[in-house]
Design a protein around this ligand. Structure first.
Ligand SMILES: Nc1ncnc2c1ncn2[C@@H]1O[C@H](COP(=O)(O)OP(=O)(O)OP(=O)(O)O)[C@@H](O)[C@H]1O
Ligand SMILES: [Mg+2]
Length: 208
């Protein structure tokens, strides 16, 4: 079944045509890579899919429904997560906290029961921590869980950002240049990790 359908998408910034006639289909469970030179419009396409930009032409459909009027948070709720070309982690939080926060935000927490210290919130907190640790383990980030994200090398930070995206229980993850700055061996290893992530967490991926 087609999960993501992009049809004849165009994006203009004033006189500059960043995207023109872009169409693609991504099926459930698929990992699809797009290639293009600098300035080809890869990040712009991701911005159109995640809702940071509205395409000036064409349509984008997720699980059969148009995304046209959906703001970014609704797309996230419907199952689209992403990483950024320029890393956007919470630098002064630990790796573990970077993953737990989106799990909480995804709706397992209830501020009132938290404030009252009700048992449910303890349960939710434990569940969030367990899921975060499972993701960190698959991404081979165990040695870094308590380190501040901002102190880690870029390659490790990229994996943390992927982990944070997966923490939101997405159906689709958009990865903007996850291999930037990696050598050939590290890139091959990342590819292996992505395949494991797909199997373990049942996510499709679009990467550039
Ligand atoms: N918000 C914006 N306003 C104006 N122009 C933009 C905007 N975003 C992107 N562009 C322009 O659109 C074109 C495509 O940029 P984009 O960043 O999508 O390319 P890219 O394929 O991701 O490139 P790179 O490989 O360098 O990451 C470029 O000419 C860029 O300058
Ligand atoms: Mg880009």
């Amino acid at each position: 079944m087609t999960m993501l359908r992009v049809r004849d998408v165009g994006m203009r910034f004033g006189g500059l045509v960043a995207l023109q006639g872009v169409s693609l289909d991504l099926n459930r469970g698929e990992i699809l890579g797009l290639i293009g030179p600098n300035g080809a419009g890869k990040t712009t396409l991701f911005n159109c899919i995640s809702g940071l930009l509205n395409p000036t032409e064409g349509g984008i459909f997720f699980e059969g429904r148009s995304l046209r009027f959906a703001p970014p948070h609704e797309r996230a709720r419907r199952g689209i997560a992403r990483t950024f070309q320029n890393l956007q982690l919470w630098d002064s939080m630990t790796v573990l906290e970077n993953l737990e926060l989106p799990i909480d935000a995804a709706g397992n927490r209830n501020t009132l029961s938290d404030a009252l210290g009700l048992p449910f919130s303890h349960y939710a907190e434990r569940a969030a921590a367990e899921r975060a640790r499972a993701i960190l383990h698959v991404l081979e980030l165990d040695p870094f869980v308590n380190r501040l994200a901002g102190d880690l090398p870029a390659g490790i930070q990229r994996r943390v950002e992927l982990g944070r995206a997966i923490a939101m229980r997405p159906k689709l993850v958009l990865l903007d240049e996850p291999a930037a700055g990696l050598d050939a061996g590290e890139t091959e290893h990342l590819a292996e990790l992505l395949r494991t992530v797909r199997e373990r967490f049942h996510v499709s991926m679009l990467l550039v």
